[in-house]
Write a protein that binds this ligand. Structure first.
Ligand SMILES: Cc1ncc(COP(=O)(O)O)c(C=O)c1O
Length: 360
């Protein structure tokens, strides 16, 4: 067996320990004589899996009792519609647009009410996070929306916006569980798990209980109401059972690593190795403002598309996979989620140095 260093933005690298455990349990989960994939979601064994996954996530993120944890489907993209459908009581919401994902969420919200773009960094190709200390938040806004870590551009909100008392809704798909967060600052935290938490097919929504009501936009399908899933403990219909089981294993792995404070320390150290090199390199540079750099998605460019392509090709041949930047921006991107070992980043930097010497 040989494993590559996988820098994919998602689906992405998972902890090897988790994959090994899942492999060992593939044919017979915990004496049940069947795989979790084959198990009824109404069984006692699965109920224990989902209950312990939720309990471990609550412990990791210190989620208060007045927040529900929902394991849903439809990816992060489905939340772009579910959020306005469930939360737009006044039919007004404010969006901070810092990349393609918040832009899509903003466009979707416009279908359901008045969505206002109250800040944007599109003027400089989303290479920074706008100043959000004194935004023109609408008096009647039902919520203020952000994408906390911009997977494509490699930027991250280091400070949450001042929402002037309005509910904050955050897409944390690409920074989920990368560091501690204060859940009480948000009304809704959600993310597709396929980047930092588990396999594609599960989206986790952490939502304050008072936001879960029957008062949703007319015509909202049953499956798109948070209340449906909250009332049924995420088991209204067949859930993405195997994905939830793997997420549960990742939560336990994170606890063994020392929890989110330890992950933050580790992630900061890992990102620094790459950013320090980008800052000293004559060939590669980071296109984003230093103060807004993501610890999870590190974008870099040479300024020459041909050289970028040569680098990606040679890196792949050397065992560094998925370094090509998002198709909309080009360049390179190293996604260095929780499960990427520090050695992977050190090896990448050594390879980049060699490439620089050979091609400058
Ligand atoms: C920040 C962010 N939000 C949303 C999405 C869309 O996720 P999904 O494919 O689960 O709908 C992505 C996917 O890459 C993302 O990075």
């Amino acid at each position: 067996m040989s494993r590559v260093y996988n820098f994919s933005a998602g689906p992405a690298v998972l902890p090897e320990e988790v994959l090994t455990e899942a492999a060992a349990e593939m044919l017979d989960y915990n004496g049940t004589g069947m795989s979790v994939m084959e198990m009824s979601h109404r069984s006692k064994a699965f109920q224990e899996i989902i209950d312990s996954a939720e309990a471990d996530l609550r412990e990791l993120m210190d989620i208060p009792d007045n927040y529900k944890v929902l394991f849903l489907q439809g990816g992060a993209s489905q939340q772009f519609a579910m959020i306005p459908m469930n939360l737009m009581k006044n039919k007004v919401a404010d969006y901070i647009v810092t990349g393609q994902w918040s832009k899509k969420a903003y466009a979707e919200a416009k279908k359901y009410g008045k969505a206002n773009k109250i800040a944007s960094s599109e003027d400089k190709t989303f290479s920074y996070i706008p100043d959000c200390t004194d935004l023109p938040v609408s008096d009647d806004a039902d919520y203020v929306y952000i994408c906390e870590n911009n997977t494509i551009y490699g930027t991250k909100f280091k400070q949450l916006p001042d929402t002037k008392g309005k509910t904050l809704v955050a897409d944390v798909s690409s920074c989920f569980l990368s560091e501690p967060v204060d859940v009480t600052k948000y009304g809704v935290i959600y993310g597709g798990v396929q980047k930092n938490v588990g396999p594609a097919g599960v989206v986790i929504v952490i939502i304050r209980e008072d936001l879960i009501t029957d008062d949703v936009l007319p015509g909202t399908p049953t499956m798109l109401q948070y209340k449906t899933h909250a009332d049924a403990g995420s088991l209204y219909n067949t859930p993405p059972a195997y994905g939830i089981y793997i997420c549960g294993k990742v939560f336990r792995w994170l606890k063994r690593q020392g929890g989110l404070a330890a992950m933050k320390e580790r992630n900061a150290r890992k990102a620094k190795i790459l950013y320090d090199y980008l800052d000293e390199s004559q060939m590669f540079k980071s296109p984003v403002e230093a103060k807004d750099r993501s610890m999870m998605n590190v974008t870099f460019i040479t300024g020459n598309a041909g050289l970028d392509a040569k680098f990606v090709k040679e890196a792949k041949a050397a065992g560094f996979e998925n370094l090509k930047g998002h198709r909309s921006v080009g360049g390179m991107r190293a996604s260095i989620y929780n499960a990427m070992p520090e050695e992977g980043i050190k090896a990448l930097v050594a390879f980049m140095k060699k490439f620089e010497e050979e091609n400058l």
